[in-house]
Each structure stands twice: as structure tokens, then as C-alpha cells.
Ligand binder design. Structure first.
Ligand code: PGA
Length: 252
């Protein structure tokens, strides 16, 4: 990871097809030279295709959207970090709000998954964020801190410099509602203060913002202090939008 460059991560979620991906990956490959770091997190069955379309010379990294907390064994249907590494994967999103809410992943499980990713030498992108009800109740910073503390407890002693964090307010994901600059500024300042406490000031943890980032709001969001890039869902499926967001992150 380059600490001086912003990081843009595309999260395709459960979308794609072999034929459709070929075109999208061809365009995403061009993002590697724009001046920001770029990662694309594709569904498990397409990781090998992504590795083939995005060889390391493109400068675009490959990531998964989830992983098992276990190393190997009798866990039917699960995918281990070692398998992901085998397919050329360097990053793994853990604790996305859809995993937390739809698949019952709790704070401790998210922490264990982040630890498994670090133990295998990959980089976890750990998502945190509050629901609308929690924000309305004034609990945003409390919730985010609780989620972060659970991760810190599990990754203690592991390579903290490989942890990437993503603040994603649940109510802004896929909704077209983006957090305001003031809201992003407040939470990112709190997350930065947390990383300094948890990991120390010699670890430059990247903190991404995610939630309805589009070409039209990316410049403004990436200019907010302590925003080191973005986690992009819907807009990562449209090549021109994703490239425009990468250009915004690179300052072009
Ligand atoms: P969105 O998704 O950009 O479609 O809001 C972001 C995410 O889920 O990571």
C-alpha cells in the first residue's frame, strides 16, 4: 500500500457474468495508471478471471468480498484466505453491513475474519458504520468505536499496518443518500483518533468512505480531511463512473 495515494476499491457485490466482466475489467485495467491505488472486489467465482484480466502490471489489485474465519477443514461452502491468495487476491472486505445485517456477522466474527486475513499476509478492508436509527439516537460514534474495538481486540499483535478501514453509514449504502461533508468529517476524525490510539502514530491506516459515492460527489468527499479514498458499490459496475471516481481520487 502506498500511504501517499488515495485508494479506490470497487465492490461489485453479487453482480457479474463471465462475458460482462470481461468488458468491465478491460476498462478497470486502465484505472491503474491514473495516480491513485485501485482495487476491485469481485464475487468468488470471478477472482481467477479478474487475476487473468488484471495482471500485476496493470497496477490494479484484486479483492474478495468475504472470507471464512477458519483456515481450512470441514466448513462446507466456506472459502479460506489461503484459497483467495492462491487466486491472486490481496484484499478482502470484511464486515460489510450487508454481511452484518443479512448474514448475522457480529463484531467479534468480523474481528476474527480480519485477523485471519492478516495472518495469511493479505489486507482486510474492515467496514464499520451506523444504521439510520443509531444515527437518529445520537449513537454514531459509539457504534463505530464499538465495531473498531472488536477488531482491535482480535488483531492485536498482527500487522496493523495492513489494516484498511472503511466508514460506511448503512443508510447511505445503495440508497443514493450520501453522508454530508460535515458528517463524514466528524466520523473520519473520530476514526483517525481511534487508529492513533489503537495502532500508534507510526501506522498510517487508510480510512475510506463508502455509501453512494458517484462521479458527482467524489471530488467533494475525497477532499474531506482523513478521507483516504472510497469504497464504491453501484458506481463500480459502470466503467465510466468508476474511472471518473478514480480520477477524482487521483486529483486529475
Ligand atoms: P454503494 O455501495 O456505493 O452502492 O452505496 C457501497 C458499498 O456497499 O460498499
Amino acid at each position: 500500500m502506498n500511504v501517499n495515494k488515495k485508494l479506490v476499491v470497487g465492490n461489485w457485490k453479487m453482480n457479474g457474468s463471465l462475458a460482462g466482466n470481461a468488458e468491465l475489467l478491460g476498462s478497470v485495467g486502465k484505472a491503474g495508471v491514473l495516480g491513485c491505488e485501485v482495487v476491485v472486489c469481485v464475487p468468488f467465482p470471478y477472482l481467477l478471471q479478474a487475476s487473468q484480466f488484471l495482471p500485476s502490471q496493470t497496477g490494479v489489485g484484486i479483492g474478495a468480498q468475504n472470507v471464512s474465519e477458519f483456515d481450512d477443514g470441514a466448513y462446507t461452502g466456506e472459502v479460506s484466505v489461503r484459497m483467495l491468495a492462491d487466486l491472486g487476491c490481496r484484499y478482502v472486505i470484511v464486515g460489510h453491513s450487508e454481511r452484518r445485517s443479512l448474514f448475522h456477522e457480529d463484531d467479534r466474527m468480523v474481528g476474527r475474519k480480519a485477523a485471519a486475513v492478516l495472518r495469511a499476509g493479505l489486507l482486510p478492508i474492515v467496514c464499520v458504520g451506523e444504521t439510520l436509527a443509531e444515527r437518529s439516537d445520537g449513537l454514531t460514534l459509539e457504534v463505530v468505536t464499538r465495531q473498531l474495538d472488536a477488531v482491535a481486540a482480535e488483531v492485536d499483535g498482527l500487522a496493523a499496518e495492513r489494516v484498511v478501514l472503511a466508514y460506511e453509514p448503512v443508510w447511505a449504502i445503495g440508497s443514493g443518500l450520501t453522508a454530508s461533508v460535515a458528517q463524514v468529517k466528524e466520523v473520519h476524525a473520530a476514526v483517525r483518533a481511534w487508529t492513533l490510539r489503537a495502532f500508534g502514530d507510526d501506522v498510517a491506516t487508510k480510512v475510506l468512505y463508502g455509501g453512494s459515492v458517484k462521479p458527482g460527489n467524489a471530488v467533494e468527499l475525497f477532499a474531506v480531511p482523513n478521507v483516504d479514498g472510497g469504497l464504491i458499490g453501484g458506481a463500480s459496475l459502470v466503467a465510466s463512473d468508476f474511472l471518473a471516481i478514480c480520477r477524482a481520487a487521483a486529483g486529475n
